[in-house]
Design a protein around this ligand. Structure first.
Ligand SMILES: Nc1ncnc2c1ncn2[C@@H]1O[C@H](COP(=O)(O)OP(=O)(O)O)[C@@H](O)[C@H]1O
Ligand SMILES: [Mg+2]
Length: 250
């Protein structure tokens, strides 16, 4: 559903993303795991159409982002790591504004807005100004917006950062429910625990390059299979060289 091949992004002479391939199946929650600075946000912003790659190709639901940007972006929802919200809009106004941006049919919008607010447990705050929202509520509102136009795939950058346990649990449940409906989710994280707990498959990135890909069990097997945690997989794959970055990331 999300297909990325040979993606490269250079900032001047520095290569932040260096030949990344990704393939997210329909209904899959795919973890994009790596320490801070690995190239996750850069990759995700390219997939969202916000940043131009130096090389490589992105398709979303079969639509090439370069040649059919409108169709590709229409099939995608994007949840950034630092969401931008208009403080002076209410939650409901923000979502209707977002529906307009995506050209959603007018009739049907109200029902969809209500359904999303309910899913993310924000119904009570539909008429409240965004400026009064907590960090977690703002994050949930941005997620409502990302799923509003019924995208077939969603990319989300570090969704668990700064959430309290209850908020994190809710997000996990909602992502799982949406994936069961066939939505593909590509989710970046620098936390092994989050990836292990939530993802069907995981792609590990370090310094712009893919180190490994697989289910948690497959990745464990790479490290010899006897380990409960993924940390030894990192150790094995990087020969220990990436460990400091990984520690800093976690
Ligand atoms: N606009 C930019 N200009 C120069 N370097 C950048 C820019 N954005 C990101 N980088 C660098 O690219 C690398 C990857 O960054 P990023 O994609 O944000 O990583 P991650 O999200 O995995 O933490 C980092 O070394 C970062 O400093
Ligand atoms: Mg990032």
């Amino acid at each position: 559903m999300i297909r990325v091949s040979g993606l490269v992004k250079k900032y001047g002479s520095f290569t932040a993303v260096d030949g990344v391939d990704l393939d997210v199946e329909p209904g899959e929650i795919h973890g994009f795991l790596g320490p801070n600075g690995a190239g996750k946000t850069t990759t995700i912003r390219i997939i969202a159409g916000l940043l131009r790659p130096t090389a490589g190709r992105v398709t979303i639901a079969g639509h090439d982002l370069e040649t059919s940007p409108e169709a590709a972006k229409g099939a995608l929802g994007f949840i950034p790591d630092r969401p931008f919200l208009y403080d002076k809009l209410t939650a409901g106004e923000f979502l209707r504004f977002h529906a307009g941006l995506f050209g959603m049919e007018r009739n049907g919008v109200d029902a969809r807005v209500r359904a999303m607010l309910e899913l993310f447990e924000l119904s009570r705050w539909e008429g409240e100004l965004v400026e009064s929202f907590s960090h977690g509520m703002k994050q949930r509102l941005v997620m409502c917006a990302a799923f509003l136009h019924k995208p077939r795939a969603v990319v989300v950058d570090e969704p668990m950062v700064g959430l309290d346990p209850r908020g994190a649990r809710l997000i996990k449940q909602v992502f799982r429910a949406l994936s069961r409906e066939g939505v593909s989710i590509l989710m970046s994280t620098h936390t092994l625990e989050v990836a292990e707990e939530m993802c069907d498959r995981i792609t590990i990135i370090l310094r712009g390059r893919i180190l490994a890909r697989g289910t948690v069990d497959e990745l464990r097997a790479l490290a010899g299979g006897e380990h409960e945690e993924l940390t030894p997989v990192f150790l094995k794959l990087t020969g220990g060289s990436g460990l400091q970055e990984i520690d800093e990331g976690v």
